[in-house]
Design a protein around this ligand. Structure first.
Ligand SMILES: [Zn+2]
Ligand SMILES: [Zn+2]
Ligand SMILES: [Zn+2]
Length: 267
């Protein structure tokens, strides 16, 4: 299974508009952060002689989606999964249009609440039975916590986490005996979810900044959660302009690091 970080920034992105702090002025490309999203892939590569296509899952549709799909060279998707309906995770959905022009309707998965909000903002995208392009075309699939979704070569499972007082979804991805857990926008893990998130080969967790925040883990809180979850490797994401890539990484425990845009790893 392959994981690519399409964006690792908080809702503002980094640099913040108008900010001249050292991280926003930094020339290190790892301090340039588009809004938070990942691509998860498994199965045969294009061009290989195989009856089924490569499975390609996009998590969230950020305001930077066009740039992210171009940068990662994404020409088709098996499905889109949403963690929650905050603007930094949904508002780029219209950029999915060229993929629908190529392959038709794309399946979209999220909680009933998330999909209801998406349909309010993007009513025209979920209308079924369209033959022609000009619109992104998506089919909605409301999903329940802990339900297993077979999506091509990957099984996905939504896991409830807390984002402030709001319950949203983390996702566990399983393929070829390997597991990846992606938990962005997380400020607490409910008791019943810990066991579902434990011992992943790779864990991606929210770590906004050093100072505590009501709806996101701080770096220390995320490090503490990693020590309980015991993944093989851990990456932090949804990062604000408070955290310089190199300086922050130097202080993290072994096996834990800040993710950065464009980072791609084999899980
Ligand atoms: Zn967010
Ligand atoms: Zn700044
Ligand atoms: Zn959020």
């Amino acid at each position: 299974m392959k994981l690519t970080f399409l964006g690792t920034g908080t809702s503002y992105g980094v640099p913040y508009i108008g900010c001249d702090c050292p991280v926003c002025r930094s020339k290190d490309p790892r301090n340039k952060r588009l809004r938070c999203s990942i691509l998860v892939e498994a199965g045969p590569l294009e061009g290989e002689n195989h009856p089924t296509p490569r499975t390609r899952l996009l998590v969230d549709t950020t305001p930077d989606l066009r740039q992210q799909l171009l940068r990662a060279n994404v020409a088709n998707l098996t499905a889109v999964l949403w963690t929650h309906a905050h603007n930094d995770h949904i508002i780029g959905l219209d950029d999915i249009r060229p993929l629908c022009d190529r392959t038709g309707y794309i399946d979209g998965y999220g909680s009933a609440d998330t999909l209801a909000h998406l349909k309010k903002v993007f009513e025209y995208i979920f209308e079924q039975g369209r033959d022609h392009g000009g619109f992104p075309r998506m089919t909605e699939h409301p999903i329940a916590p802990r339900q297993t979704l077979p999506l091509g070569d990957i099984h996905a499972k939504p896991i409830p986490i807390l984002h402030g007082r709001r319950e949203i979804f983390a996702y566990k991805f399983m393929s070829g005996g390997r597991t990846l857990v992606y938990a962005t926008d997380c400020s607490a893990i409910p008791d019943a979810s810990w066991s579902l998130m434990q011992n992943a080969d790779v864990l991606v967790l929210d770590a906004l900044r050093r100072k505590e925040h009501p709806t996101h883990f701080s770096v220390d809180q995320a490090v503490h959660a990693v020590s309980r979850l015991r993944p093989g490797r851990a990456f932090f994401t949804h990062i604000a302009h408070d955290l310089d890539h190199v300086a922050t990484n130097a202080g993290l425990p072994e096996g834990v690091e800040l993710a950065y845009d464009g980072l791609s790893i084999e899980v």
